[in-house]
Design a protein around this ligand. Structure first.
Ligand SMILES: NC(=O)c1ccc[n+]([C@@H]2O[C@H](COP(=O)([O-])OP(=O)(O)OC[C@H]3O[C@@H](n4cnc5c(N)ncnc54)[C@H](O)[C@@H]3O)[C@@H](O)[C@H]2O)c1
Length: 319
């Protein structure tokens, strides 16, 4: 692929002022795209606002000889999301690539202790923001008519496809982003839009805040395989005509890139033309192992099982 594989294309990167989004915006600009850098500039918990991060990345792109404009709206607001798409079209006259990257995490509360605010704000940014941006981009493309070469790249998480205990809102929002990726891919193919998702692992302020994840991300003195810039070539690939995929989730981080294959069915009970009985269910499931497979953050990076056997036994025996 040439360095300028995205010449003539216009891209939006939400949350493009820091971390992974910043790296994606720089990489897309380097590949020749004109970039609308969106970032609200709030804290890692989604509080406050600051136009500095978006403006700084625009300055960096200009300094490298690229074209970019800033937008500092919140994508969790349906009208704010519309302003991002409107700005891309106002500044650059078209839209080809939408990178839905903006996200927040409020790790540390389980379902028993999570507050309504933590649940709602996480869903609003990670899920509603991704949906709102996809809606306005798709509505624009629908108005313009079909054209090959369009792409949406969503941001799920290894914690969305293999949920971790301790952050239900984050995991659920990211699982929903994977589902939205599949529905959008099926709906928007007719407009020439491919829709895929990343499940990245990269060293950013988000992972700095979670010591367990930070400790897993080993680096050498000369190279950091978890640098955000290692994820962005996948974004450029997914945005380019080299990519044949749609509706898929790509894991990436620590020098590994891989494809997730979604939910699978482990046990099957077939009862046709009759009501299934409770003993038939119990009998069919009798030999299926109770514990799930080990929790896999990514190939080669396993945690303990999500439900250790002794915890399952404890739950069964509490009555
Ligand atoms: N870093 C990782 O290992 C990792 C792992 C899995 C998923 N992710 C996902 O990658 C994405 C980027 O995360 P990061 O690690 O670079 O974090 P980050 O905190 O460094 O960057 C996120 C950016 O999004 C912006 N943002 C937040 N809410 C916004 C809103 N409402 N509107 C516009 N901008 C908003 C923030 O201001 C920030 O600049 C997130 O969706 C995150 O969930 C990251």
């Amino acid at each position: 692929m040439s360095n300028k594989s995205l010449e003539g294309k216009v891209a939006i990167v939400t949350g493009g002022g820091r971390g992974l989004g910043r790296a994606h915006a720089l990489a897309l600009a380097e590949a020749g795209a004109r970039v609308l850098v969106n970032d609200l500039g709030g804290s890692d918990r989604g509080e406050g606002a600051n136009n500095g991060p978006a403006l700084e990345v625009v300055r960096e792109i200009h300094a490298a000889g690229g074209e970019a404009k800033a937008n500092t709206s919140s994508i969790s607001d349906w009208d704010g999301a519309k302003s991002v798409v409107d700005d891309a079209i106002r500044h650059f006259g078209r839209l080809d690539i939408l990178v839905n990257n903006a996200g927040i995490s409020r790790f540390g509360s389980d379902i028993a202790s999570i507050s309504k605010d933590d649940w709602e704000v996480t869903m609003a940014v990670n899920l509603t923001g991704t949906a709102a941006m996809s809606h306005w981009a798709a509505a624009h493309w629908q108005e313009r008519g079909p054209e090959a070469g369009r792409a949406i790249i969503n941001t799920s998480s290894p914690a969305g496809v293999n949920p971790l205990p301790g952050s239900p809102a984050y995991c659920v929002s990211k699982a929903a982003v994977a589902a939205l990726t599949q529905t959008s891919a099926a709906e928007l193919a007719r407009l020439g839009v491919r829709v895929n998702a990343l499940a990245p692992m990269a060293r950013t302020r988000m992972t700095d805040a979670v010591p367990m994840i930070d400790a897993m991300m080993k680096r050498s003195e000369t190279f950091d395989p978890y640098g955000p810039g290692n994820v962005s070539p996948l974004v450029v690939y997914l945005a380019s005509k080299e990519c044949r995929f749609t509706g898929r989730v790509f894991g990436i981080g620590g020098g590994r890139t891989y494809l997730f294959s979604g939910w699978s069915a482990d046990a099957e009970i077939v009862v046709e033309n009759d009501l299934i009985t409770i003993p038939a269910i119990a009998e069919a499931l009798r030999d299926v192992p109770v514990a799930e497979r080990p929790y896999i953050i990514m190939p080669g990076l396993h945690l303990q099982k999500p439900f250790p056997d002794d915890e399952i036994l404890q739950a069964l025996n509490l009555a």
